[in-house]
Design a protein around this ligand. Structure first.
Ligand code: IPM
Ligand code: MN
Length: 384
């Protein structure tokens, strides 16, 4: 008998509930159309509103409740703050964003995959026509490094204050991350959307990002691990960039990158840049995975944040969340072939609509249609 799967929906804060409403309706239509063995359950936490009522972003057993699901889709977190109401209670980022970091760490979702492929119709901020060939996968370390949350403040508030923020890099986390990058590169060689650019290059490439000229300890650990594992993947090209140079090359020649593997913070920064290369944050999906353990629910989310400046105005682009939902269904596809079909249909529907120049945020100069109207237009195509 087919296993019934459960997806947890976490709308969150800011524009999160608006984009999630579109994703939830799309999912309902897909379940019906493809007869997916799937149910979804929406949670009022983690959120600012939940915090106001209960004094915390989510219940004590929140992570354990979510562990029981097969996948998690998150809208956005981050408290919008007092935009026009000075009396409104504001949560510091360290509290309002903590559930996201807690989920990544406690569920051990150690690989964050952020695909960046430019699609026809998306805004193109670069003038070189080759920028339309951007098709990379940034794999970000998601469990330690600069996000280890070790350190403290000594003599806080005095002129002699000392703040420390310790970065932790372990051999085991480094090895599993880099091995995963090589595996994904090999896999992409069989599914490539666009031909490779240069003569004499192998079918795929992994580019390692470090700052080993200034941060040699983890830089060397990453580099040595990378070179050692590369020997097991003679079919994959290898490349290295320092993170600052990578920023330049992401703008100068982003079509040259294939799989990019980076530390937690470097990956965070590079994926905002990669999102803009593909039209902006409204189109960038992501997955937080534990590739070694299929029983741990993966967490999918748009790369964008809660965008408080446009929250509640029907201006958010729901397509990054829809593409994240497509990644969710794709990830669940080994359970049932209909899930893979639904994922492909959702992805194709979003990109076909994009190709028509529709843009809910006006960034492309086209007619703005709004979050809800974008949803309506896509629902009609998802389930005609
Ligand atoms: C992201 C976000 C988070 C991060 C923030 C909200 C903590 O920027 O998912 O990219 O830095 O990981
Ligand atoms: Mn980020």
């Amino acid at each position: 008998m087919t296993k019934r799967l459960n997806i947890a929906l976490l709308p969150g804060d800011g524009i999160g509930p608006e984009v999630m409403a579109v994703a939830e309706q799309a999912l309902t239509l897909l379940i019906d159309r493809f007869q997916l063995p799937l149910s979804c359950h929406s949670f009022p936490w983690p959120s600012h509103a939940w915090h106001q009522q209960h004094g915390q972003m989510m219940p004590d057993d929140g992570v354990d409740q979510l562990r029981a699901f097969d996948a998690i889709l998150l809208g956005a977190l981050g408290d919008p703050g007092p935009l026009d109401d000075p009396d409104r209670f504001v949560l510091p980022d360290s509290i309002s964003l903590s559930p996201l970091l807690a989920l990544r760490k406690q569920l051990d979702l150690w690989a964050c995959e952020r695909p960046a492929r430019w699609q026809p119709g998306a805004p193109q901020y670069l003038s070189d026509p080759r920028a339309n060939d951007v098709d990379m996968l940034v794999i970000r370390e998601n469990s330690e490094g600069e996000y280890s949350n070790q350190g403290g403040r000594l003599r806080a508030g005095t002129p002699h204050e000392v703040a420390t923020q310790v970065e932790v890099f372990t051999a085991s986390a480094t090895e599993r991350l880099i091995r995963h990058a090589f595996e994904r590169a090999r896999q992409r060689a069989t599914q490539r959307h666009r031909p490779r650019q240069f003569k004499n290059e192998k079918a795929s490439q992994v580019c390692l990002i470090t700052k080993r000229n200034a941060q040699p300890f983890w830089g060397d650990l990453y580099t040595e691990t990378f070179l050692r594992l590369a020997q097991e993947y003679p079919d994959v090209d290898t490349h290295h960039e320092l993170v600052d140079a990578a920023c330049m090359k992401f703008v100068q020649c982003p079509w040259r990158f294939d799989v990019v593997v980076a530390s937690n913070l470097h990956g965070d920064i590079l994926t905002d840049l990669a999102a803009v290369l593909c039209g902006g944050p409204g189109l960038a999906p992501s997955a937080n995975l534990n590739p070694a353990d299929n029983n741990i629910p993966a967490l999918f989310e748009p790369v964008h944040g809660s965008a408080p400046d446009i929250a509640g105005q029907n201006l958010a682009d729901p397509r990054a969340t829809l593409l994240s939902l497509a990644m969710t269904l794709e990830w669940l596809a080994p359970h049932h072939p209909a899930l893979g079909n639904a994922a492909q249909h959702l992805h194709d529907t979003v990109t076909a609509d994009l190709a028509k120049g529709n843009d809910p945020t006006l960034t492309n100069g086209a007619q703005a249609t709004g979050t809800r109207e974008t949803g309506q237009r896509l629902y009609a195509l998802l389930a005609p």
